[in-house]
Write a protein that binds this ligand. Structure first.
Ligand code: WTA
Length: 659
């Protein structure tokens, strides 16, 4: 066995640990015993978590896995998801608690209490019903981060319609593909959106998308930018309706109906690396149970005391699970911010945290690295002492970014939870527990109580401590996807065929165990580089680069190399205060990587670039960087957030920055 090369080499070692303070541990929602409790009887454990919710009819069976990979959770149970997120908090006497502190990009604000949220959701539910929407219908929502987006999602849930939220920045073509795939009956959008201080049209794009779209009967338009927008909002009489004209006059009374625990709640399209987007299907009882449970234990949320802020967009799963469903089920008071983090200035997030006394802040590594690039002096101007838990999601977080986050934003004392999960998993799967885990910067560490994950080799055999391989989920979990919309074969093929013999869900991520058995995520397996027979993870080399004081952000790819198979090519963004030191600086960086993780991982080439190509959810598009590194014409850039980035990089290349 020793000759067999590992699925993934384990190169980077990190020895810093950060145990929770005794004070934090003492008050934490989740204590260490939770792991043993869950292990002792998994189904019983999940039944207890489901008791967080209010059920109209109790389930008769916790899990039915006889028809794997199609799970049924809380079989026979009935509940209304919106009732759980809204009404029951009003009924328990918290109608006056603020649910949402909404902040518009131009500076307008709106505080919405649970009583008001109940009225808004009920009116929207009545409006949809008046338009003929019934349980099982699909409503596409393309809206920026405004309260109506949340009202609309909850209104759908309330009447048993499925929402399909499409990110506000997606093109007409992307919207149309999603509307058609799901045969959406209604589209909800806005006239325009504020982005970086300007009003940009939204409805015009929707109209372009919907030309000839046969399934769509009505388009509901929220007036957001109004006269700030140049030109008239295009209008189709008979099809288009203003939200305020349709919804505001509806009754605020609406009786929520109980739906089966397995009633579909939503579909959310995820693009994956290639091919047409997959409509990931989630259902009701299990999804709400796991999002509420994880929001409680991972963020240590205390209803009525904490002010929570998840900076994701509702166009992503993080917005679904950790802005709308989990937090509202837990009676959160949360900040929802419409705009970009540097409008009108680079301290906007810190200003909001200071003003609203935000205590739990959940964001993505890409943004943390951007904050690093802007410089620590910016957050230093604000009072961030209200913060007590910081979270990260979306990508592996480089240890240096983790440390920066904890020190600069968290006053060197707040726990940082690095949460691993996917659109498909619906909720957090691997994460430290903030009052229990001795945190290690860069590691998501351990499957949560009730969840089971393993790192396995090519044959599906678990690797030992210190070994690398593929991340799998070896037991079903409540918020797991229930399928790919309209494509059972793709569901089986994508997630269940790689380790079909073992019945494992294959997440598509590389991972390793450290010597303590803690899990480190190593990036998508498609991105793994093979250098002279060593399988090297992009994440480890990127983290080594980011650990150099001059580097804010790094992306590495493997480019074909005549001698080594692949050679490592790195693209780096320097920190705000670092000067581009030319060839010597590049040489220093290469040596730094060699010192951190070994000469095998020394990049063949390092290019200093002003920006990196990212998807709109902030993930680096290594495919495009591979095109650059291999001198190919650059491929499909339609999912790129900023299409000018590739031009910037190519220009940098020609000016001879590389070694
Ligand atoms: C990556 C986002 C490392 C991973 C919730 C996963 C992470 C994909 C982490 C899912 C993390 C997410 N550490 N990698 N903490 N969180 N990922 O569907 O590659 O947008 O498979 O869901 O993001 O992305 P998605």
């Amino acid at each position: 066995m020793t000759e067999q090369s590992p699925a993934l080499d384990n190169l980077l070692t990190e020895s810093r640990t950060f145990p929770p303070s005794a004070e934090f541990a003492g008050q934490a929602n989740a204590k260490a015993e939770l792991y043993a409790t869950a292990d002792a009887d998994r189904e019983q454990f999940w039944a207890e978590q489901a008791e967080r919710l209010s059920w109209d009819t109790k389930w008769s069976q916790v899990l039915d896995w006889t028809n794997a990979p199609f799970a049924k959770w809380f079989v026979g149970g009935k509940l209304n998801v919106a009732y759980n997120c809204v009404d029951r908090h009003v009924e328990s006497g918290h109608g006056d608690q603020v649910a949402i502190h909404w902040i518009g990009e131009p500076g307008d604000t709106r505080d919405i209490t649970y009583a008001q949220l109940k009225d808004e959701v009920s009116k929207a539910a009545n409006a949809l019903t008046a338009l003929g929407v019934v349980a099982g219908d699909i409503v596409a929502i393309q809206l920026q981060m405004i309260p109506e987006a949340i009202f609309a999602m909850l209104a759908c849930a309330r009447i048993g319609a499925l929402h399909s939220v499409v990110f506000g920045g997606f093109s007409p073509t992307a919207l149309r593909a999603r509307v058609d795939d799901a045969a959406a009956k209604i589209v909800i959008t806005s006239d325009g959106q504020y982005r970086r201080g300007k009003a940009a049209p939204m409805k015009a794009n929707v109209d372009e998308a919907l030309q000839g779209a046969e399934s769509v009967q009505k388009v509901i338009v929220v007036k957001r930018t109004g006269s700030d927008l140049d030109g008239e909002t295009p209008w189709t009489d008979g099809r288009d309706l203003w939200w305020h004209e349709l919804v505001d006059g509806q009754s605020a009374e609406h009786q929520p109906e109980a739906f089966d625990s397995e009633h579909p709640l939503f579909i959310l399209y995820t693009s994956g690396t290639t091919g047409k987007p997959k409509g990931i299907l989630h259902t009701s009882g299990g999804f709400l149970t796991q999002t509420a449970y994880t929001h409680n234990v991972v963020f240590d949320h205390k209803p009525g005391e904490d002010v929570y802020w998840c900076t994701a967009d509702i166009g992503w799963i993080t917005g679904h699970s950790y802005i709308v469903y989990g937090p509202l089920a837990n009676r959160v008071t949360q900040v929802v911010y419409e705009g970009t983090p540097n409008t009108p200035h680079e301290g906007r997030h810190w200003e909001i945290i200071q003003k609203y006394q935000v205590s739990i802040y959940y964001t993505a590594p890409t943004l943390i690295r951007t904050f690093m690039k802007w410089g620590a002096d910016i957050p230093a101007r604000y009072d961030l002492t209200s913060l007590r838990v910081l979270g990260s999601v979306g990508e592996p977080i480089n240890p240096e970014a983790w440390i920066w986050y904890r020190e600069t934003i968290g006053a060197n004392k707040t726990p940082v939870v690095d949460t691993w999960w996917q659109t498909e998993t619906g909720a957090i799967m691997i994460s430290p527990l903030p009052g229990v885990t001795s945190a290690k910067p860069g590691s998501a560490q351990r499957a949560l109580p009730g969840i089971s994950a393993k790192v396995v080799d090519d044959t599906g055999t678990e690797v030992g401590h210190g070994g690398g391989g593929y991340l799998v989920l070896d037991k079903p979990w409540p918020s797991m996807l229930r399928g790919v919309w309209g494509d059972e074969e793709r569901f089986r093929e994508t997630y269940w065929s790689r380790f079909a013999d073992q019945g494992y869900y294959f997440a598509g991520d590389g991972a390793k165990y450290d010597d303590d058995g803690d899990i480190w995520l190593l990036g998508r397996v498609d991105d793994v580089m093979n250098v002279s027979g060593h399988r090297i993870s992009t994440t480890e080399v990127e983290s080594a680069l980011v650990s150099h004081p001059t580097v804010a952000e790094a992306a590495v790819v493997g480019a074909t190399d005549p001698t080594t198979g692949q050679g490592i090519v790195a693209f780096v963004i320097l920190r705000g205060d670092a000067v581009d030191g030319g060839d010597q600086a590049v040489q220093d960086l290469r040596n730094h990587v060699a010192k951190e993780i070994g000469p095998i991982a020394k990049p063949r080439q390092i290019m200093v670039v002003p920006e990196l190509p990212k998807t709109r959810s902030g993930k680096i598009m290594r495919r495009l960087l591979r095109d650059v590194a291999e001198n190919r014409a650059i491929g499909d850039v339609t999912t790129l957030a900023d299409s000018s980035v590739m031009a910037l990089i190519s220009t940098g290349l020609q000016s001879g920055k590389e070694e």
